[in-house]
Design a protein around this ligand. Structure first.
Ligand code: URA
Length: 264
């Protein structure tokens, strides 16, 4: 996989705000990549040991910290959506990252994928614009199979309710996930009407906003990627995020990501 990695750089990266020289003698090659900067801070400061701030530039909070087994890991932030994630992934590849574990939140579109559980994406339907700048639309948005199995085995070992399957990654939280009641926009384009039902019938588990781009770009940039998301909305019931379960579900997703990264 290292063979076709494009370019390494010693420069401080413009957006993430750190470079290889900031990573110490044993630079981490794994990143725990959260959409939310506060989640990155929480993982580094509350869930791991000996954290060090790398940058809190543009809300793309980045830290280096130690996994339970002592190995160093990056905790970094993708921001919301594919364009921001694409920039962060490119720069992370340039500072030597080889394994990406996305830790996100998601809305289930299947009745059996309940709020509070987690989804581990084996692949993603890519309805995302940024990835089309990097590879043809037909390029597979697929997780690394070994990392995916490791995430699923970790979830099973920890007794965390989890589902492994295909995710739909889209560019908008409202229209692109067929939200109408909670959206300012009463007009849903015809090609989006009925999409959720169609995706459900195809066996797609959930909606989120970064996985497909993370998978495609990681393949092109020579990195392995996996994705674990906390289910915080149940679209067979309603459009809203269920805030009462959010913290526990995210902590379960973090437990799985840390457990899988440890010793990887
Ligand atoms: N993130 C999403 O993209 N959709 C949801 O419904 C919840 C979180």
């Amino acid at each position: 996989m290292d063979g076709y990695h494009r370019r390494m750089s010693d420069e401080r990266q413009y957006h993430i705000g750190f470079g290889r020289a900031d990573l110490g003698a044993e630079p981490p090659t794994i990143v725990l990549l959260s959409g939310d900067p506060n989640r990155s801070t929480h993982i580094a400061t509350d869930r791991l040991r000996n954290h060090r701030v790398l940058s809190e530039n543009r809300g793309l909070n980045s830290y280096v910290a130690e996994l339970p087994g002592g190995q160093t890991v990056l905790c970094a932030t993708s921001g919301m959506g594919a364009p921001s994630a694409s920039i962060v992934l490119n720069e992370l590849a340039q500072v030597g990252v080889r394994t990406v574990i996305r830790i996100g939140t998601t809305g289930s579109i299947q009745a059996h994928v309940e709020v509070g559980s987690i989804v581990i994406s084996s692949a993603a339907l890519c309805r995302q614009g940024a990835a089309a700048d990097v590879a043809p639309v037909e390029f597979p948005a697929v997780a690394d199979p070994f990392l995916t199995v490791r995430l699923a085995e970790t979830a099973a070992r920890l007794g965390i309710t989890h589902h492994v399957g295909i995710t739909a990654s889209v560019d908008t939280f409202f229209e692109g996930q067929e939200r109408i009641q909670s959206s300012v926009n009463p007009t849903l384009l015809r090609h989006l009407q009925g999409m959720t039902e169609e995706f459900r019938a195809l066996g797609i588990l959930n909606y989120e906003m970064e996985a497909a781009t993370v998978f495609k770009l990681s393949s092109v940039y020579g990195m392995r990627a996996g994705c674990v998301c906390a289910v915080v909305a149940q679209r067979t019931v309603g459009e809203q995020v269920v805030t009462t379960v959010k913290a526990d579900a995210i902590n379960h997703a973090i437990d799985v990501a840390i457990g899988a990264a440890d010793g990887w």
